[in-house]
Design a protein around this ligand. Structure first.
Ligand code: CP
Length: 331
């Protein structure tokens, strides 16, 4: 694996290797070996053309825990605001000897251009591009599901502690909300299906993309029926991305009030879930819109743990891309 651009590119064994390596990374962190020497002398550039809290900090923490040198680049305050092109930015990073470039961009496909245009000799990790993909978010979500629910799926191949070696076969995941604008949903559908989970997308018709019928999952317009009848093991709430909706307030249809009433997760809806079900959200959350404070802070919510797991998953991704293999190394 040279780059990490899309979960659609991951074969099942590659996805499981990433999750298992993340488990090894997490184990080193819990033994309080905070820093590994693995990427000493390598340079990781965080190249962010769009705002981020979790992903940017998480990648920076991951790279530093692997002893890499880290350069943080934000488009705001850089020469991008003077009109510098992606190509010239990439050539500058190349001149500085970047070994890996973590890129978040508002344009779907920008990480592909960086990876394949020949401007850089570096591994490219997609940290979220437009409405297209967010592979490390999907990997940390799968890691979190496996930690909590590994062994529950009927077809699950059991591994060791924390489900290491296991896939997600037999588990049911409902992904709820603004699928239309969600790179998290796209990345998760592909990875969860690769790992054997069943997926149902729940959204109003106005927030489902054209062509969703061809995605490898079910769709529903009815959250109450999905929770009560399908009994998902995990419910992944999506942020309503009002910043990607053009055309003024009318573009958000149904209205925020209707949205919360029909598609918001609250205590009443939590109560119909099986006792083992977990509640997920990639963040940042719109509390009171797609998820109530009660649901976000409930015992079922693993939202803060998702953030913590992101560090181990991103350590694994950087490690596998820059070192190539886990064989013969002491993690
Ligand atoms: N989940 C996620 O990508 O969050 P940030 O936008 O804060 O990075």
């Amino acid at each position: 694996m040279r780059h990490l651009l899309s979960t659609a590119d991951l074969a099942k064994d590659e996805a499981i290797e990433l999750l298992d390596t993340a488990a090894q990374m997490a184990a080193t962190q819990s033994r309080e070996i905070k820093k590994l020497p693995t990427l000493r002398g390598r340079t990781v550039v965080n190249l962010f053309f769009e705002d981020s809290t979790r992903t940017r900090i998480s990648f920076e923490t991951a790279a530093k825990r692997l002893s890499a040198d880290v350069i943080n680049f934000s488009a705001k305050g850089s020469s991008v605001s003077k009109g510098e092109s992606l190509k010239d930015t990439a050539l500058t990073l190349h001149a500085m000897g970047a070994d890996a470039v973590v890129v978040r961009h508002w344009a779907s496909g920008a990480p592909y251009q960086l990876a394949h245009a020949g401007w850089l000799d570096a591994a490219v990790l997609n940290a979220g591009d437009g409405t297209h993909m967010h592979p490390t978010q999907a990997l940390l979500d799968a890691y979190t599901i496996r930690r909590h629910l590994g062994g529950r799926g009927g077809g699950l191949r059991r591994g060791g502690d924390d489900g290491v070696g296991a896939d997600l076969a037999g588990l049911r995941v409902a992904i709820v909300g603004d699928v239309l604008h969600s790179r998290v949903a796209r990345a998760n559908v592909r990875l969860l299906r690769t790992l054997g989970a069943e997926v149902t997308l729940v959204a109003p018709p106005t927030l489902l993309p054209v062509g969703v019928e061809s995605w490898p999952c079910r769709t529903s317009y009815d959250l109450d029926a999905t929770l009560a009848d399908w009994q998902p093991d995990a419910v992944m709430m999506l942020r309503v991305q009002r910043e990607r909706m053009s055309g003024g307030a009318g573009a958000f249809f149904p209205s925020p009030l209707e949205y919360t009433r029909y598609f918001g997760l609250d205590a009443r809806r939590l109560a119909v879930l099986p006792p083992h079900s977990i509640v997920m959200h990639p963040g940042p959350m719109n509390r009171g819109l797609e998820i109530s404070a009660e649901a976000a802070d409930s015992e079922r919510a693993v939202i803060v743990e998702q953030v913590a797991n992101g560090v181990a998953v991103r350590m694994a991704a950087l490690y596998l891309l820059l070192s190539g293999t886990t064989e013969g190394t002491a993690l």
